[in-house]
Write a protein that binds this ligand. Structure first.
Ligand SMILES: [Mn+2]
Length: 321
């Protein structure tokens, strides 16, 4: 693994202009890992571009360097990157840059990730499935290359760790994850800022939305699964933003006395997104994969064409063909 970490970092240093990419609908892990890597390149004067097809949600504004993440593909074309680093994406389709890659035909695609379902799409695949987060993978890569961990790097990586371990509480919270967390605190990572902006950030309208979803929670004993739904109507009624739904499955997984939880929510355009979490032995990525999605053993998701329907007080997912 050490050799792979060195090889990946050398590709960045040897490239004329590396392009760093976060997956669409970015979360704290893909952004934290990508931007932290960008800070390491800044430290050695390596010009690069930070890209995500979707503009990072404003809650991530506290992360140093997030302001340099661009979403304009034409700017990427102008930079003519010759090496591409993709962070936290199990599949190139998930990176949202497949078209761009065909045009650029970069010499190297470095795939930095921790998903078990990773498609190994890179010319170099730094895929560490026992890592809690891509941030932890990037930290290991930095250690192997003697990259000094600055305050900015520490805060970005800590954001990734907190995101994927649900603030050091879910089953991804391994001894190495805690050790990396401790190292990042020692190097000036702002844990209080992460908690303030990513945990203690729920508005009244968000909690009202969660309240609606909680009131619909049902338990299927046969599958050991609790599930609930959020409709577009609920979003309209509570005036909560769509991102408000993201934390609900993690919250349920953290507090509910049931091994597996599933949250289904309607998206615009006749799609339904499912989030699966488990604290049990089940591998929920298999369920997600069967429905065209992917993820981790303990946290996975899928998106299907369909709709949610209530009949006699029970909610069902009707999958369209
Ligand atoms: Mn991740």
């Amino acid at each position: 693994m050490e050799e792979l970490y060195r090889q990946a970092y050398q590709i960045a240093l040897a490239a004329r202009h590396p392009l760093l990419v976060s997956h669409p609908k970015p979360d704290g892990d893909t952004l934290g890992a990508m931007i932290a890597f960008g800070h390491a390149l800044d430290a050695v004067g390596k010009e690069h571009t930070r890209f995500c097809v979707d503009v990072p949600p404003k809650q991530y504004g506290f992360m140093p360097g997030v302001d340099r993440v661009i979403s304009d593909v034409s700017q990427v074309r102008t930079a003519r990157p010759d090496a591409v680093f993709v962070f936290d994406a199990g599949d190139l389709r998930f990176a949202g840059i497949d078209q761009l890659l065909r045009e650029l035909a970069p010499q190297h695609i470095v795939n930095v990730d921790h998903h078990v379902s990773n498609a190994r799409f890179g010319t170099v695949n730094v895929v560490v499935v026992d890592a809690s987060s891509t941030a932890e993978v990037v930290h290991r890569m930095m250690m192997a290359n003697y990259v000094p961990i600055t305050h900015s790097i520490a805060t970005c990586l800590l954001t990734g760790l907190c995101t994927d371990t649900s603030n050091f509480s879910n089953p991804a919270t391994s001894a190495p994850a805690l050790a990396v967390g401790a190292a990042l605190l020692r190097h000036g990572g702002k844990f209080s800022a992460v908690l303030k902006h990513l945990v203690r950030n729920k508005t009244v309208s968000v909690l009202r939305l969660w309240g609606i979803a909680l009131s619909r929670l049902t338990y299927n004993e046969q599958y050991g699964t609790a599930s609930t739904v959020i409709t577009l109507q609920d979003l309209a009624t509570t005036q909560a933003e769509e991102e408000a739904t993201e934390g609900l499955s993690n919250f349920l997984n953290a507090v509910l006395d049931v091994p597996t939880v599933m949250v289904l929510r309607e998206l615009d355009g006749g799609m339904v997104r499912g989030s699966l979490r488990t604290t049990g032995k089940r591998d929920v990525s298999l369920v997600a994969k069967a429905l065209g999605g992917g993820g981790h053993k303990k946290a996975a998701g899928f998106t299907v064409r369909g709709q949610l329907e209530e009949r006699d007080g029970r909610w069902r997912l009707l999958v369209a063909n």
